[in-house]
Design a protein around this ligand. Structure first.
Ligand code: NAD
Ligand code: THR
Length: 394
C-alpha cells in the first residue's frame, strides 16, 4: 500500500494529502508556468504521473559506469539521447558534446556500442520500454534535456507492426511522462512520414491533413499531438522537427523508405553498380545529416518565445533517384543504376510529401540549410574517396 503524504505546494502553500508525491510535482509545473495552484487545477494532473515511485536497487550502479565525478556544475544542459546508436544519434552526440562538454551528453541504446563510440563519451544501456530504468537514469544523472531518437522506421515498422507500436507509441508515453515529471526539455523528431496520401504533397505545409498509412507515420502523428498536448496541458517544453530523409556517410540508415539515397554511395564505391528499390521519378524531401543535427541543436536552443509552434517542418532539397544518380554520374560516369521496385517502399514513398514547406521554421528561429544536391553529392564523394583510399592503404 502506498503511503499517504501531506505535501505543501511551494507556490500557494496549499496542503495536499495524496498517495504519492506527484501532486507536488504538478505544483512545480505551475510554478514553472508562474501560475497559482487553484482548485480548478485540482488533483486532475495526477493522471500525468500516476506511476508509483519506488526505490530501485539499480540506482546506485547505473551512474558509476560513466565517471559521474567528472560532471561539473555549469549552465550547460545535461542531455540524454535515446536510440543513440542509429543513423543520427552518434553524430548528434558529437555535435552536442562539442558545445556542452563531453560528460554532459549521454548516449543510450539497447544495442552494444562499437568501441570507438563507447570510448568517445558516456554511454549507457536504456530500453525506453523500461520506465523505471529510464527514470533512474534521468534522476541519477540530473538530466535536463532529453532527445528521443529510439524508433522503428517506416519500412521496418511495416515488417513488424507490433514491435513498432510498442517502441514508437508505448515508449513515447514513457518518455513524455518522465520528461513532464522531471521538467525536462524534450526533443522528439517527427518525419515527412507523418503525412499521407490525402495531405497536400507539393509542397506540404506544417498544418494540413495528416492521415499516414504506415504504423511509423501514425506513431509520429501521435507523438506530435501528445507532445503538444503535454505542452499546453502541463507546460512540458516539447520541441519537434519533422525531418526529411537524412543522408549520411559514416552511419547507416535503420530500415526506412529513403535509405536508397545513402546506399547508392556505398554501392557506387563498392561495385560501381546500384539497384534502386524506388521508381526513378519518386520525388522526396531530403537533407544532409549536418543540416539535420544543426537544426536540432538550433531549435533546442531557441528561446521559447520565438517558437510560434511546437512542431516544425524543416527542409533542404528534394530529388528523385534519377536526379541523384545523374548528379553522382557527373563525377562517376561509369556508375550503372538499375531499378527493381520494392512495392511496400514504393507505396509508402508515393504517399509522402514531394516537397516540404518549412517557411515557419525559417521565419521563427531562422532555420537555413547549407547543403543542396550538388554540395551533398560532393561531400559524400569526398568522404567515400578518402575512406576508399584509406582502405586501399591498409
Ligand atoms: N534517419 C532519417 O532519415 C530520419 C528521418 C525522419 C525522422 N527520423 C527520426 O529520427 C530518429 C532517429 O532516426 P535514426 O535514423 O537514427 O533511426 P535508427 O533506426 O537508425 O535508430 C533507432 C535506434 O533506436 C533503437 N531502439 C529500438 N528499440 C529501442 C528500445 N526499446 N529502447 C531504446 N532504443 C531502441 C535502435 O537500437 C536504434 O539504434 C527516429 O525517431 C526517426 O523516426 C529519422
Ligand atoms: C523519412 C524517415 O522518416 C525515414 N528515413 C524513413 O524513410 O522511414
Amino acid at each position: 500500500m502506498p503511503l499517504s503524504l501531506v505535501l505543501i505546494c511551494q507556490v500557494c502553500t496549499t496542503q495536499h494529502k495524496h498517495k504519492n508525491s506527484f501532486v507536488f510535482k504538478f505544483c512545480g509545473f505551475l510554478k514553472l508556468r508562474n501560475t497559482r495552484c487553484t482548485p480548478a487545477y485540482g488533483c486532475q494532473p495526477l493522471t500525468v504521473a500516476a506511476r508509483n515511485i519506488s526505490f530501485s536497487p539499480r540506482q546506485v550502479t547505473s551512474d558509476a559506469s560513466f565517471h559521474s565525478a567528472s560532471f561539473s556544475d555549469t549552465d550547460h544542459p545535461r542531455v540524454l539521447i535515446t536510440g543513440g546508436l542509429g543513423q543520427l544519434g552518434v553524430g548528434l552526440a558529437k555535435l552536442l558534446r562539442k558545445r556542452f562538454g563531453k560528460y554532459n551528453v549521454i548516449l543510450s541504446d539497447i544495442r552494444k556500442p562499437p568501441s570507438n563510440v563507447f570510448h568517445s563519451g558516456p554511454f549507457i544501456y536504456a530500453d525506453i520500454l523500461d520506465y523505471k530504468n529510464l527514470r533512474e537514469i534521468v534522476v541519477n544523472n540530473r538530466i535536463t534535456w532529453l532527445v528521443h531518437y529510439s524508433a522503428l522506421l517506416s519500412a521496418i515498422g511495416e515488417a513488424n507492426v507490433s514491435l513498432a507500436r510498442a517502441v514508437n507509441i508505448t515508449g513515447l508515453h514513457n518518455i513524455l511522462d518522465i520528461a513532464a515529471e522531471h521538467g525536462l526539455r524534450l526533443f522528439v523528431p517527427s518525419t515527412i512520414g507523418a503525412f499521407g496520401p490525402t495531405s497536400p504533397r507539393n509542397p506540404t505545409p506544417d498544418v494540413c491533413v495528416q492521415r499516414p498509412r504506415t504504423i511509423y507515420g501514425v506513431s509520429k502523428v501521435h507523438a506530435e499531438l501528445m507532445g503538444e498536448y503535454y505542452h499546453h496541458r502541463y507546460g512540458l517544453d516539447f520541441r519537434c522537427l519533422r525531418y526529411p530523409g537524412i543522408i549520411s556517410a559514416d552511419s547507416n540508415p535503420g530500415g526506412g523508405t529513403t535509405d536508397y539515397a545513402v546506399q547508392i554511395f556505398h554501392d557506387a564505391f563498392k561495385s560501381g553498380k546500384f539497384e534502386c528499390n524506388l521508381k526513378p521519378d519518386t520525388r522526396l524531401p531530403m537533407m544532409y545529416i549536418d543540416d539535420c543535427l544543426r537544426a536540432t541543436l538550433e531549435v533546442m536552443e531557441a528561446p521559447a518565445d520565438t517558437l510560434s509552434m511546437r512542431t516544425y517542418n524543416i527542409n533542404a532539397m528534394s530529388f528523385t533517384p534519377e536526379e541523384l544518380a545523374q548528379e553522382l554520374q557527373k563525377q562517376m560516369p561509369e556508375l550503372e543504376v538499375t531499378y527493381d521496385v520494392d512495392l511496400v517502399r514504393q507505396a509508402i514513398a508515393d504517399s509522402w510529401p514531394m516537397n516540404f514547406d518549412d517557411s515557419n521554421a525559417r521565419k521563427d528561429w531562422s532555420w537555413k540549410h547549407d547543403y543542396d544536391l550538388p554540395e551533398l553529392v560532393q561531400t559524400m564523394l569526398n568522404y567515400f574517396s578518402t575512406d576508399a583510399c584509406l582502405a586501399r592503404a591498409n
